[in-house]
Every structure is written in C-alpha cells, then in structure tokens.
Design a protein around this ligand. Structure first.
Ligand code: ATP
Length: 374
C-alpha cells in the first residue's frame, strides 16, 4: 500500500490546550474547502488525499506551518525504503535522510532508520550522502500505524486557521497597506468582512473592479469573503459643506469608523482592522489616530502599526496583492482635503462639525454586498 498524500504540520495549534480540537476542526474545514479532497486528522498531523496542483492552494491556508507531499506507507522498513526510492527526483547528486519518530514502539530509532534507508538509496542509485548541504532531503515520519515519506516540503504561512478568533471588519482602501492588514488579521485567525467606501459619481467602474480583485486575492486565504461597497458621496458632500479643509481628513476617517461599526453590528464582527502604520502619512500621527479611533465603539486593530513601508511592501508582494494595489485608481478622498491636513487634531475641535449619522446609516443601507471567492 502506497498512497500519495500531503501531510500537514500546524505549529501553534499544537500548544493551545483544550482549544486544540476546535482549531484542528477549523483547519480541516479550510483545507477541505481549498482543495476539495479527503482530509483526515492523524497523529497530530493532517493527512490530505493528493491531487495535482494542491500545493499552491495549501500554501495559502493560514494555520499551516509546513507540509510535505509524498507517500503514506505501511509501517515496516521494506515499505519505507520503497517509498523513499520513489520520492527521489530524477536528477540530483547528494541527499540525506531525516527521520522523526512519534511511535516509540517502532523497532528502530530515527538514527538507525536514517542509516538503513540512506544505505539502501546509495546501493540503488549510487548517489552520495551529504548531511550538511544535500540536493535532496528524504523526510520520514514514523507514526502509530503508518509512515509518511516525502522529499518535497513546502512552507506554509503559519498563524491560526481563519475563524478561530472571530470576525472583524477590515477597511480596504485600494492602496498597498490595507490588504496587507486584512491578511495579517486572517493569519491570526480572524474571518474578515471587507469594506470599501467610494464616491458613486466620481469613481469609475475601474475602482470597483480593483477592489473586487483585491477581495478575490484575499479570498484565496480565507475561502469566501464578503465585500461591502459603501457609496458615501452624500456623506462626503456634507463634510465638504460643514468642515474646514484642514480637518476634513480626520472627520471622514471618523465617519468611516462609525459606518464600519454599523456593518460590524450587522455581521457580528468584534473589531475594525485598518491599514494604518504610525507616522507614514498625515492621518497617522498619534494625535490623529486617537481622534479617529475614538469614533469606533469596537476595538480598532492596526496590524501594520510598527512596520516600515518596505516590510509592508514585501508582504504585499508575497501575498500577491501588490500588483493589484499599484494599478492606477482614483483615491476616495484626496479631492476633499487640504494639501496640509491637520496633524494634531483635537477631539473638541472635530466633534462640533459632526452629526451626520443619518447619512452614514443610509450609505451603509445602500451598500452593494458581494460574496467574492470560490
Ligand atoms: N476609501 C476607503 N475605503 C475603506 N477604507 C479606507 C478608505 N480610505 C482609507 N481607508 C482606511 O484607512 C487607512 C488609512 O488610509 P490612508 O489613505 O490614510 O493610509 P495609507 O497608508 O495610504 O493606506 P492604504 O495603503 O491602505 O491606502 C487605510 O489603510 C484603510 O484601512
């Protein structure tokens, strides 16, 4: 019996005590959804029936630390040797065998298995062992009733399965930062509801298409994603009518916070995620962040707060949102703000211009709600 499988390891879940079963169930659901294959929990790992192309989908599932693709075999040295030969690539010069053994009843320890299987590969292929820098590593995992043997090992994105931490609203602007922030929240177990505010007259269909593309990319990590497109032209015009240009930016971001809270209430979300990073732009001074975030009843989580632009860009490239984010688009709000917005806003100077909750509620009610992803 030799069955082609992927064997999944999930670091952090292992140490979560009584929540472990819940986390494993969520991870199994996510793998099933992403691959459509049979998935089983086994020996502190997850075994996935193999199909072509499964690797790229699995590499995007939060909660997976790494996974191997190879064979499941019967638990005896002969079967393991046979599997080891069959996972070798066509051309290589050097190799090593790396065995781990969770079944302590197996008659050989890991070092002995390394030696026996290594000697067998040398005998059959004439290749050399190199323990420090081999071209190929053959991993062998000896479990209760079976062994897994593979030479292809893929890094996952780590973190926790989507959904174990609850739901959040993530504000997605169309820039580089906010999709990265949404991804970071997913990676820590949040199910994300994406929200974008746009001006229904000024914004071309291209903007909507771009936001949809970003949501689709994020859906690859989460399964499906709900996207709220909130038309907030009326709110914007009210802000222009009432608020001096210098303060408009802080006021519209507070308004976005209130609308995000309304959506969170509808969707059962427990926090608002933004792409703010400290001091990157004028809106992101500590004074302004205090004033903006205080418009939210729910906690506001800015996962990028301590990151440099280069670090954010590197993640955006890795998760493949970068190429979409740099497509040209009309920014929602730059037309309405002063060239040098206030950087030290004070709450008492701002609230006196506010009071458009009715328009905010209407904008949220008129949102287009899309289910994106497969
Ligand atoms: N039109 C919008 N729709 C939804 N969220 C928005 C919108 N504009 C701004 N935001 C939220 O406010 C945050 C700060 O926006 P701002 O434009 O000041 O910063 P930024 O660093 O350019 O962020 P980004 O790269 O995400 O656009 C964004 O990361 C996003 O979470």
């Amino acid at each position: 019996m030799m069955e082609k499988v992927a064997v999944v390891h999930y670091g952090e879940i292992g140490i979560k005590g009584k929540n472990r079963e819940f986390f494993e169930r969520k991870l199994i659901e996510a793998i099933k959804r992403a691959t459509g294959m049979r998935v089983r929990r086994k020996y502190g790992r997850i075994e996935v029936e193999y199909r072509e192309g499964l690797e790229s989908r699995m590499a995007k599932i939060p909660g997976i630390r790494y996974f191997g693709v190879g064979f499941k075999t019967e638990l005896n040295l002969e079967s393991i040797k046979k599997a080891a030969l069959s996972v070798l690539p066509e051309s290589f010069k050097t190799f090593k065998v790396d065995t781990s053994r969770s079944n302590k009843n197996f008659p050989m320890n890991s070092v002995e298995v390394n030696r026996k299987v290594g000697a067998f590969i040398v005998e059959k292929t004439g290749k050399k062992v190199d323990l420090t820098n081999p071209d190929v590593t053959v991993w062998i995992e000896i479990c209760e009733k079976e062994a897994y043997v593979y030479s292809k090992r893929y890094e996952g994105i780590g973190g926790l399965p989507v959904g174990v931490a609850g739901k959040v609203v993530a504000l997605i602007s169309g820039g580089i930062d906010s999709p990265v922030a949404a991804f970071m929240a997913m990676k820590r177990g949040c199910e994300v509801v994406a929200v974008h505010f746009f001006n229904q007259t000024m914004h071309s269909p291209k903007v909507r298409e771009k936001i949809r593309m970003l949501a689709e990319k994020l859906a690859e990590y989460q399964g499906k994603i709900k996207l709220y497109m909130v038309p907030f032209k009326e709110v914007q015009f009210e802000i222009i009518n009432r608020v001096p240009p210098k303060l408009r930016m802080v006021v519209y971001r507070r308004s976005m916070m209130r609308m995000a809270n309304l959506i969170a209430e509808k969707e059962g979300c427990k926090a608002v995620v933004t792409g703010d990073s400290l001091s990157q732009v004028a809106s992101q001074t500590l004074d302004n962040i205090n004033v903006i975030y205080s418009a939210s009843k729910l906690a506001v989580l800015p996962p990028l707060i301590g990151m440099d632009k280069e670090e954010i860009v590197a993640i955006a490239k890795r998760i493949e949102t970068y190429e979409i984010s740099i497509l040209p688009y009309e920014d929602c709000c730059s037309f309405m703000v002063a060239q040098h917005p206030e950087t030290r806003a004070k709450i008492e100077d701002v609230v006196k211009y506010e009071g458009f909750e009715e328009l905010e509620r209407k904008a949220v009610e008129e949102s287009e709600i899309l289910e994106v992803g497969s």
